[in-house]
Design a protein around this ligand. Sequence first.
Ligand code: NAD
Length: 469
Amino acid sequence: MSVAHAPSSTPVAEAVAAARAAFDSGRTRSLAWRRGQLSALERLLTEAEDELVAALAADLGRPAVDAWLADLSSTAAESRYARRYLGWWARPRVTGVPVGVAPAVGLWRPEPVGVVAIVGPWNYPVYLTLAPLVAALAAGDTAVLKPSEYAPHTAEALARLVPRYLDPQAVTVVQGGPAETQELIAAGVDHVFFTGSPEVGAKVAEAAGRLLVPVTLELGGKSPTIVDASADVAVAARRVAWTKLMNSGQTCVAPDYVLVHREVADTFVAEFTAAAREMREGDLAMRVVDDRHGDRVRGLLTGHGGTVVLGGDTTVTTAGAGDLAGPGVDLTVVRDPDPDSPLMREEIFGPVLPVLTVDSVDEALAFVEARPRPLATYVFSRTRATIAAVRDRIATGGIVANHTMFHVLVPQLPFGGIGRSGSGAYHGRWGFEALSHRRPTLVKPTWPDPSLVYPPYAESTKKLLRKIF
Ligand code: NAD
């Protein structure tokens, strides 16, 4: 049943009305429609690859191979997985019932929740807008996408392509910033799926909470990497370098800082430096999204109290060449900064790596435990006890041992934060669950209809009821 809302002719109101009408038509419930939409999404990603790659290059200076790997293939893989399993996830389940309720058949099944508002960030603007859409489509929901205004070419491309490939009434795209997002939240949607910063996440949760609209919050934070004395330090340094350099550190699950055991700290820094120089072919200037962001990251390089051992040139403001040229920040490693400096308090979200020396795994764990719960925690160690200690002691969104970030690419695993790094999870079945309502149905026969369950109750009946219920 549709909910009545104040008529209005803004693009946001029209998008929500269309998505509502598509949902109310009932067509999105069929598994065939859901699979068809997911196939169409995969076609979009294949056929419009060049268009999306060009948009990502214009917005972020992202090379084509990175765009394909991080934005396109990741989204397509998520869609293929959901398409394959959604029939299994959506099946009704019959349950037993307690003796006091028998005879009866209990049954529950996941129902679509309705219209989902999907609000995306700029850093992986295709993947982080369309992967939540995969969850919505798999669950039989309709969706209004609000891509980030800080990736305008990609937002434009999505607005052009989505209606061309997908059911144009069921999936709509609106563009804009905070005002349009607030309007969308208030426009009568049934769920808000938000990916972005904790600060904005709080505003989104507040606006949605006022209307009792449930939210999934995929937020950020400072994800630590612990390197203990037993680690394969060269592999650790190479893997941290690769993933820190990816999108110039502008990744929610990027290794934000490293806690490394004193015995291997110098080796780690040397190996990281060598690996990063090799991957960058000597060029330390890294492209970031815009000047505002570049200034913020460069600002973290003052007053940190540590020693700069790589990069650190705050006069670097441009990076890249040709189509990929744009605002830049010097790739920088800071050893032993003040733990209370802005560099160690704020999510860096840029190509700067603080490396802090610790004397034990316990010290590293205590450091992490004393701070807001991170989106991910990485541990490099050859000692099982160290990995177990991280697993058992740290409250964190996710854990990867002997690598970083790769849990994101496993649709069999739930992905999401905890505390300040987010609430709710998605990917694979978990996204389907997040955007479904688990609805119970209980069916009872009209016979038998024993009179003893109805009042008034004799003393003997009361005793019997106590035994049954
Ligand atoms: P952001 O929070 O600034 O913006 C995200 C979205 O919120 C944008 O679409 C924007 O238009 C909208 N918005 C901004 N202000 C708003 C307001 N007042 N009310 C309603 N909506 C508003 O985030 P960003 O800068 O695009 O992305 C970077 C942040 O996102 C980092 O903190 C990063 O860690 C996090 N992130 C998290 C994940 C994850 O999966 N957990 C993924 C990527 C990025």
